[in-house]
Design a protein around this ligand. Structure first.
Ligand code: AMP
Length: 402
């Protein structure tokens, strides 16, 4: 696959006087009173919106929020986002009652340069996820040019991420999309070496393709988190009551065999922190992976594993990390994940390019307040994983080439 970033961006086209239809990712978490609990996704979209405004264009923003399942549901309205966005931009954000239809067309059409329009939740229509042609054409009719800045949704071929790009040209990337692809493309296509990948999280399922693909590319692949126990089982260890995917043991064995014959080194933890129960306050102890007691549960990697992993991470010139090393949500079992995050920060200081995949590892590094210490924290868990698997993201493929 072509891994260099060769798509046109907002810097390559004229925006002056144009209605700029922008797919953003405003899928923010809301509490029960519809307060936004984390506005990072809005913040990340600001550079592109400000660029359009500065160039004299009118941003017509569109996004999904939650899973309204193809029906208008007030609890999934983007109106809290319109309010927060207006505060960030010190501008009035015109919210349309729907994302298509006559009233939406009228409001978008009347908007002047300097105005900001936000369309109501795209997923109030089932046609969005179905990538319906007519729906995509209706969206396209609202703008003069199309910008995709929603990296987190780029692995889905939906009407607003893929279909619309066929009907509205030019179709280019926004700054967030560009930033994400710049870091990820380099890791996939042209990594500085040594290249170390760290994969963790609860299960192997969902990460098999990424492990397989990375094994052919990296110098060292580190495995931690709940999935380590399926690997340990595959090499004949007793794992007590630790999380196990019994149907994936054979596959774990296959992956280990593949490494033995390949050039990548695969590192498994040598010790772990076990608890009597899957609870933060449960009695715990550190044991060798050769001595996991019956009935105890593996919750985190141990200090010897941390040392082993750290040694590889700080020597690396490219590091990709996806998935926590343990149950980091529990205070008593976060040390391994924190240590890996700190090792990434150290590697970054020594000039490595360090990338944290979205989802739980992004949540973990934010929890430790270390996100500014790494090169890039991806805003898209699923999208970054698919990119690292070597897949082409449909939302990226549909954009104009340079
Ligand atoms: P994933 O969504 O697959 O990246 O998994 C993330 C989840 O894995 C987090 O919620 C962690 O609490 C969980 N996790 C990490 N280590 C373990 C473990 N040893 N046992 C059970 N769950 C774990």
């Amino acid at each position: 696959m072509d891994t260099t970033f060769n798509k046109k961006t907002v810097d390559d086209i004229s925006l002056k006087g144009k209605k700029v239809l922008v797919r953003v990712d405003f899928n923010v978490p809301l509490d029960e009173n519809k307060n936004i609990t984390d506005d990072n996704r809005i913040v990340e979209s600001l550079p592109t919106i400000k660029k359009i405004l500065a160039d004299g264009g009118t941003p017509i923003l569109m996004s999904h929020l939650g899973r309204p399942k193809g029906k208008p549901k007030p609890e999934f309205s983007l109106s809290p986002v319109a309010k927060r966005l207006g505060e960030f931009l010190s501008a009035k954000v015109v919210m349309t009652p729907d994302c298509i239809g006559a009233e939406t067309g009228k409001l978008a059409g009347a908007a002047k340069p300097g105005d900001v329009v936000l369309l109501e939740n795209l997923r109030f229509h089932a046609e969005e996820e179905a990538n319906d042609t007519n729906f995509a054409k209706e969206l396209a009719s609202l703008g003069d040019v199309y910008v995709n800045d929603a990296f987190g949704s780029a692995h889905r071929a939906h009407a607003s991420t893929e279909g619309v790009a066929h009907f509205l040209k030019p179709a280019v990337a926004g700054y967030l999309m560009k930033k994400e692809l710049k870091y990820l493309s380099q890791a996939v296509g042209n990594p500085n070496r040594p290249y170390v990948a760290i994969i963790g999280g609860a299960k192997i399922s969902g990460k098999i393709d990424v492990i397989n693909n990375l094994l052919g590319k990296v110098d060292v692949l580190i495995i931690g988190g709940g999935m380590m126990f399926t690997f340990l089982k595959a090499i004949g260890k007793e794992i007590g009551n630790s999380i196990l995917e019994a149907d994936k043991v054979a596959l774990a064995k296959e992956l280990l065999d593949k490494t033995n014959s390949g050039k990548a080194k695969l590192l498994l933890p040598v010790d772990c922190v076990v608890a009597e129960k899957f609870e933060n306050s449960a009695p715990k102890k550190t044991v060798s992976v050769d001595g996991i007691p019956q009935n105890w549960v593996g919750m985190d990697i141990g200090p010897k594993s941390v040392e082993l992993f750290r040694n590889e991470i700080v020597k690396a010139k490219t590091v990709v990390w996806n998935g926590p090393m343990g149950v980091f949500e529990m205070e008593n079992f976060q040390a391994g994940t924190r240590a890996v995050a700190e090792a990434l920060v150290e590697a970054t200081k020594q000039g490595a390019s360090t990338i944290v995949g979205g989802g739980d590892s992004a949540a973990a590094i934010a929890k430790f307040g270390l996100e500014d210490g790494v090169s890039h924290v991806s805003t898209g868990g699923g999208a970054s994983l698919e990119f690292l698997e070597g897949k082409i993201l449909p939302g990226v493929a549909a954009l104009d080439n340079k």
